[in-house]
Design a protein around this ligand. Structure first.
Ligand code: FAD
Length: 130
């Protein structure tokens, strides 16, 4: 199956992240896509895993979405097993405590490729640094 990781910048203000979450859960369940979406007030970092055609079709919709811009693919590779488990979203609201949030992200990426895991934890550390 295909694993695709991209980063993008959120349109400011980001609008309703709940809409993204709702359609992602519904569509991804239908399309057998799992992965992780990290979101804060300025950045998105998402890993999509699933059948190649389904991941490509989903990513084509995502990259045309005007709720974000500057979409850059960081990695695209074939994986034998899903590295991110169930679909998950890690959304950090302003003011939310850093350490528990970082610990949650570390748990979510713990089974993924070390480079991919470091991409997520590195971004979160950078974004939460004072
Ligand atoms: P619907 O689910 O019917 O649309 C849901 C809501 O979003 C509606 O209120 C609609 O008005 C609004 N909406 C839809 N497209 C846009 C748009 N381009 N600009 C503004 N509002 C819009 N989709 C997935 O299926 N899986 C994902 O993993 C996924 N991850 C995403 C990650 C990010 C960072 C972003 C920004 C979007 C993501 N999306 C994801 C949403 C995706 O871009 C499409 O909007 C969605 O797939 C369309 O699904 P749908 O045709 O079922 O529309």
């Amino acid at each position: 199956m295909l694993q695709l990781v991209y980063i993008s910048s959120a349109q400011m203000p980001i609008g309703n992240i709940g809409d993204v979450l709702l359609s992602s859960r519904r569509n991804n369940t239908r399309d057998q896509i799992t992965g992780l979406l990290y979101a804060d007030q300025g950045r998105f970092l998402q890993a999509l895993e699933g059948p190649e055609d389904a991941v490509d079709a989903t990513f084509q919709r995502i990259r045309q979405d005007d709720r974000h811009f500057g979409v850059v693919v960081l990695s695209r590779r074939t994986v034998d097993v899903r590295e991110f488990g169930e679909w998950a979203m890690a959304h950090r609201s302003p003011g939310q405590a850093v350490e528990p949030f970082l610990a949650r992200v570390e748990r979510l990426v713990s089974k993924s490729d070390p480079v991919v895991a470091a991409t997520f934890t590195g971004l979160v550390r950078h974004r939460t640094a004072a």
